[in-house]
Design a protein around this ligand. Structure first.
Ligand SMILES: Nc1nc2c(c(=O)[nH]1)N[C@H]1C(S)=C(S)[C@@H](COP(=O)(O)OP(=O)(O)OC[C@H]3O[C@@H](n4cnc5c(=O)[nH]c(N)nc54)[C@H](O)[C@@H]3O)O[C@H]1N2
Ligand SMILES: Nc1nc2c(c(=O)[nH]1)N[C@H]1C(S)=C(S)[C@@H](COP(=O)(O)OP(=O)(O)OC[C@H]3O[C@@H](n4cnc5c(=O)[nH]c(N)nc54)[C@H](O)[C@@H]3O)O[C@H]1N2
Ligand code: SF4
Ligand SMILES: [Mo]
Length: 752
C-alpha cells in the first residue's frame, strides 16, 4: 500500500510541539520508501495501525499511521519515532550465557550452546523437583502466537500452571471485574463509542499521556459537540483533566466511596433505569449471597454525599453533580486504567463502575459502555484471550474447571488429566517462590521485572536465586543483571504476529525487515528450547507463527471469544477486525451482547440484550463496601506516593530511551510536589528531595507543580537509575492479585 509523502507533516519540531500538549502527530519520513508494510505500533494498548516504509536495501526508513485502521493515520510521538529503536546500537544481537553462576560475566555463545544450557537446567529441575519447580513469566507485549505457544508448552508440555506475566501487574483487576460482573472478560464496547458518547466518565486514567491517540479522539468529540461533558476523577491535575467539565480531586485510594455515593444519588433522584434493572440484573453481596434491589438501595444509601465527603474529601455538591451528569446524559462512556486497577480493591472498583452502567442502563447503546482501557499493546489479545495466566486457559476457560481442562486437552491432543487442576503461582507469589527456592528456573519473555515488580528489594532476591532464561532486545534492560541465559529476540517488525488491543481488535504485524544480527523470532526460540528441555515435539507441529494462529483461530470457534473468521489472509488485507467474528464474511462486532449486532446473540433472542457470558444471562450488581488502601498516609509517613507514566517514555525506557528526542523530553525521574507542601518543607524546583517509606529511601529532584493535590507526591517509574519500586510495598488485590502501585505512605523532606 503506498501513500504519498504530502499525506503527513514533515519535521519533528511540529511533532514535538504536538506531543507536548498530548496531541498526536504524523511521522516525518526521512527517506523515500520502496514499499510500505502494515503493522501495529509497538507501544500502548490504543493499538494504532502503522505502515513501515522499507527501502530497496530492505532497511526500514520511515513510519506513518495506517489510514485504514481505527487511528485513521494518526500516531503519537512515541509511535512516530519507532524506526531508530530498531537500529539502536543497544540491540542484543547474539546469545549469551553466564558460565559460572550469577557472579560471572555474560559471554557470547552460539545458539546451540545457549539453548542447551537453558534446556538442561529446566529439564533437571523438572526431573528432580517436579514440574512446578519451573515457570514462564510473559508479557502483554509478546505476540499472540508467542503467548499461546508458551501457555501450551508449559501447561500441557511441562505440565505446570506456573504461567503468568506482566498483565497481572496491569489488567488483572479489569479481567476480574468483567469476569465477576458479566461472566466473561473483555469490554462490550469499542472506540466507536467515543464518537457517540455524550458524557465521558474518565476515572484513574491519564488518557492524554498513556493513550494519546484516543485522547485526541475524545477531544475531537468534545470540540465537535459542545454539549458533550467530560468528568475526570483523578487525584492529580493531569493533561487529561485539562479538558474536563468536572475534575474530581480527592484523597487517593478512596474513590470506591464516590462510586457507591453516585449510585445512592441515582436512586434517590430516580435517575435509575428501573425497566433495565428488572429485566436483566441480579444483586449479590461479598459473601456471594443473592440480595434484592431494595437491599442494594439500602446498602448504597449509607454513602450520602456527606459521608462520601468525609471519606474522600470531595465536596458533597460535586458528588451529586457527577451522579446526575453520569446518569442523565444520553450516552455515558466510562474509561479507566491503572488508577482503578492497581489498587488493593481493584476488582471491586471495576465492579462499582459496572454497577453504575447497569443501574442506569448506560450500556449496549452506541456511546454508552464501561470500556476498560488496556495498557499494553497485546494484553487483551495475547494474554487475556489466550488464557496465559496462572488461573486461565484459552478463550475464557479456567484451570479449576475440569470440563474446561478436558476441552483444551482434547483440542491439544494430550491425555485427559495432563493439565493440572491447581492454579499456578500468580506473579508476586512466583517471585516469592523463586526467592524461597521452590521455583528453580524461570523463562522470562518480553518483560523487565527487575525494574517493574513492586517491593523490588524483596523480589529481586527471586531473580538472584532462580535460574533465569530471558529473551531480550536491548542491553539496557535491568533484568539482564540477573539473567543466566539471554536469547536475542527479533524485535517488533522483524517478525510477524497478531496484536489485540483494547477494543477486541486483532491486527497483524507483518515482517518488514530482517532480524538484527543473530536474533530470532520468539516462537522459534520457544520451540527450540522446549524440544531440548524434553517437551513432546508433537505439541508444536508448527513451521511458523501463521500455523500457530491457525490452531488458535480454530480453537476460538464456538466460544464467546469467536474469531474463527479472522484468517491470516484476511488479517493481511484488512487493518484490524473486532471479535466476535465467527465467519470469513463477518465484518466484526461493535456492540457485544446486543441482538442484531453481536453474532453470538441469536437473531430471534427474546430480549434486545443477552449477557451470554453468565449461565443465567444476568450480570451481577455487587454490594461492595468502601475499604481504605493498604498503606494510607499516617502521622509517621504523612504523604501518599503514587507512580505512573509520562507521555514520552514506555515503561522502563529500554526502547524510548534509545531515541534522543524522547530522552531529551524526560532525561530522568523526578518527584512532583504541590507548591503549598513545597513551601512548608522549604523545597524549591530541582532541590534533592528524599522519599522515605517503610521499605527504603531515595532522593529525587523536585518538580514543584500544582499537578498533585496537597499531601500527594508523584514519581514516574521509567528511570532505572531511580528505581522507585524499591520504595513500594507488595500488597495485592485479594482477588486479582494485582499490586497496589498507586498508593503507599511516605515521608518527604529536603536532603540536607
Ligand atoms: N506514554 C506511555 N503510555 C503508556 C505506557 C507507558 O509506559 N508510557 N504504558 C501503557 C500501560 S502498560 C498502561 S497499564 C497504561 C496506564 O495508563 P494510565 O493508568 O492512564 O497511567 P498511570 O500514569 O499509571 O496512572 C493513571 C492515573 O491514575 C491516577 N491515580 C492515582 N491514584 C488514584 C486513585 O486512587 N484513584 C483514581 N481514580 N486515580 C488515581 C494517577 O494520578 C494517574 O493520573 O498506559 C499505557 N500507555
Ligand atoms: N511503580 C510502578 N510500577 C509499575 C507500574 C506502575 O504504574 N507503577 N505499572 C505496571 C504495569 S501496568 C506494567 S504493564 C508493567 C510493565 O513492566 P515491564 O513489562 O517489565 O516493562 P517494559 O519496559 O515494557 O518491559 C518490556 C521488556 O521487553 C523488552 N522488549 C522489547 N521488545 C521486545 C521483543 O520484541 N521481544 C523481547 N523478547 N523483548 C522485548 C524491552 O527491552 C523491555 O526490557 O510495569 C508495572 N510496574
Ligand atoms: S497512542 Fe499508543 S499505539 Fe498509538 S502511536 Fe501512540 S503509543 Fe503507539
Ligand atoms: Mo500495564
Amino acid at each position: 500500500m503506498t501513500l504519498s509523502r504530502r499525506d503527513f507533516i514533515k519535521g519533528s519540531a511540529a511533532a514535538l510541539a504536538l506531543s507536548a500538549i498530548g496531541g498526536p502527530c504524523f511521522a516525518a519520513a526521512k527517506e523515500e520508501a520502496d514499499k510500505w508494510v502494515k503493522g501495529v505500533c509497538r507501544y500502548c494498548g490504543t493499538g494504532c495501525g502503522v505502515l513501515v516504509g522499507v527501502n530497496k536495501d530492505g532497511r526500514a526508513v520511515s513510519i506513518k499511521g495506517d489510514p485504514n485502521n481505527h487511528n485513521q493515520g494518526l500516531l503519537c510521538l512515541k509511535g512516530a519515532m519507532l524506526i531508530p529503536v530498531i537500529y539502536s546500537t543497544d540491540r542484543i544481537t547474539e546469545p549469551m550465557i553466564r558460565k559460572d553462576g550469577k557472579k560471572s560475566e555474560l559471554t557470547k555463545v552460539s545458539w546451540d550452546v545457549a539453548l542447551d544450557f537453558a534446556a538442561k537446567r529446566f529439564k533437571d529441575a523438572v526431573a528432580e523437583y517436579g514440574p512446578d519447580s519451573i515457570a514462564y513469566y510473559g508479557s502483554g507485549q509478546a505476540l499472540t502466537e508467542e503467548s499461546y505457544l508458551a501457555n501450551k508448552i508449559w501447561k500441557a508440555g511441562f505440565r505446570t500452571n506456573n504461567v503468568d506475566g506482566n498483565p497481572r501487574l496491569c489488567m488483572a483487576s479489569a479481567v476480574g471485574g468483567y469476569m465477576t460482573t458479566f461472566g466473561k472478560d473483555e469490554p462490550m464496547g469499542t472506540y466507536n463509542d467515543i464518537d457517540n458518547a455524550t458524557c465521558f466518565f474518565i476515572i484513574g486514567s491519564n488518557t492524554s499521556e498513556a493513550h494519546p491517540v484516543l485522547f485526541r479522539r475524545i477531544a475531537r468529540r468534545k470540540q465537535s459537540s459542545p454539549d458533550v461533558k467530560i468528568i475526570v476523577v483523578d487525584p492529580r491535575r493531569t493533561n487529561t483533566s485539562r479538558i474536563a467539565d468536572l475534575h474530581v480531586f480527592f484523597k487517593p485510594g478512596t474513590d470506591l466511596a464516590l462510586l457507591n455515593g453516585m449510585a445512592h444519588i441515582i436512586f434517590k433522584e430516580e435517575l435509575d433505569d428501573d425497566r433495565f434493572i428488572k429485566r436483566y440484573l441480579q444483586f449479590q453481596d461479598n459473601e456471594g449471597n443473592a440480595r434484592s434491589l431494595e437491599e442494594y438501595k439500602e446498602f448504597v444509601a449509607q454513602y450520602t454525599p456527606e459521608k462520601v465527603h468525609e471519606i474522600t474529601g470531595i465536596d458533597p455538591d460535586m458528588v451529586v453533580k457527577v451522579a446526575r451528569m453520569f446518569a442523565e446524559s444520553p450516552a455515558t462512556l466510562s474509561l479507566w486504567c491503572m488508577g482503578i486497577n492497581q489498587r488493593s480493591r481493584g476488582v471491586w472498583a471495576n465492579n462499582l463502575i459496572h454497577n453504575l452502567h447497569l443501574i442506569t442502563g448506560q450500556i449496549g447503546r452506541p456511546g454508552a459502555s464501561p470500556l476498560s482501557l488496556t495498557g499494553q499493546p497485546n494484553a487483551c489479545g495475547g494474554v487475556r484471550d489466550t488464557g496465559s495466566l496462572a488461573h486461565l486457559l484459552p478463550a475464557g476457560r479456567v484451570v479449576a474447571n475440569e470440563k474446561h481442562r478436558n476441552e483444551i486437552e482434547d483440542y491439544w491432543g494430550v491425555p485427559r488429566g495432563t493439565i493440572q487442576p491447581k492454579m499456578g503461582h500468580h506473579t508476586v507469589a512466583l517471585f516469592e517462590n523463586m526467592a524461597s527456592g521452590n521455583v528453580k528456573a524461570v523463562f522470562i519473555h518480553c518483560t523487565n521485572p527487575a525494574h517493574t515488580l513492586p517491593h523490588l528489594n524483596k523480589y529481586t532476591k527471586g531473580l538472584e536465586t532462580a535460574f533465569v532464561a530471558q529473551t531480550e532486545c536491548f542491553h539496557d534492560a535491568e533484568t539482564l543483571k540477573y539473567a543466566d541465559v539471554v536469547f536475542p529476540a527479533a524485535f517488533w517488525c522483524e517478525t510477524e504476529g497478531v496484536y489485540g488491543c483494547t477494543e477486541r481488535r486483532y491486527s497483524l504485524i507483518e515482517q518488514a525487515v530482517a532480524p538484527a544480527g543473530q536474533s530470532r523470532p520468539a516462537v522459534e526460540i520457544l520451540m527450540e528450547f522446549a524440544k531440548r528441555a524434553g517437551v513432546d515435539p508433537k505439541l508444536m507441529p508448527y513451521k511458523n507463527s501463521a500455523d500457530i494462529w491457525e490452531e488458535w483461530r480454530k480453537l476460538s470457534q464456538g466460544t464467546p471469544y469467536n474469531f474463527y473468521g479472522m484468517t491470516r489472509e484476511r488479517l493481511k488485507k484488512e487493518s484490524g477486525i473486532k471479535w466476535p467474528c465467527p465467519s470469513e464474511d463477518h465484518p466484526g462486532t461493535d456492540l457485544r451482547y446486543v441482538r442484531g449486532e453481536d453474532p453470538l446473540v441469536p437473531v430471534n433472542h427474546e430480549t434486545k440484550m443477552f449477557f451470554y457470558g453468565r449461565p443465567d444471562g444476568k450480570p451481577i450488581v455487587y454490594l461492595r463496601p468502601y475499604q481504605p488502601p493498604f498503606e494510607p498516609a499516617d502521622d509517621e509517613y504523612p504523604f501518599v506516593l503514587t507512580t505512573g507514566r509520562v507521555i514520552d517514555h514506555w515503561h522502563t525506557a529500554t526502547m524510548t530511551g534509545q531515541v534522543p528526542e524522547l530522552r531529551k523530553a524526560y532525561p530522568s525521574a523526578f518527584v512532583e510536589i504541590n507548591p503549598d507542601d513545597a513551601k512548608k518543607l522549604n523545597i524549591n524546583n530541582g532541590d534533592p528531595v528524599v522519599l522515605e517509606t517503610r521499605r527504603d529511601k531515595m532522593t529525587f529532584p523536585a518538580r514543584v507543580t500544582a499537578t498533585c493535590m496537597p499531601g500527594l507526591v508523584f514519581c514516574p517509574f521509567f528511570d532505572k537509575k531511580l528505581l522507585v519500586n524499591r520504595l513500594f510495598h507488595d500488597a495485592v488485590d485479594a482477588a486479582s492479585k494485582e499490586p497496589e502501585y498507586k498508593i503507599c505512605a511516605t515521608k518527604v523532606y529536603k536532603q540536607g
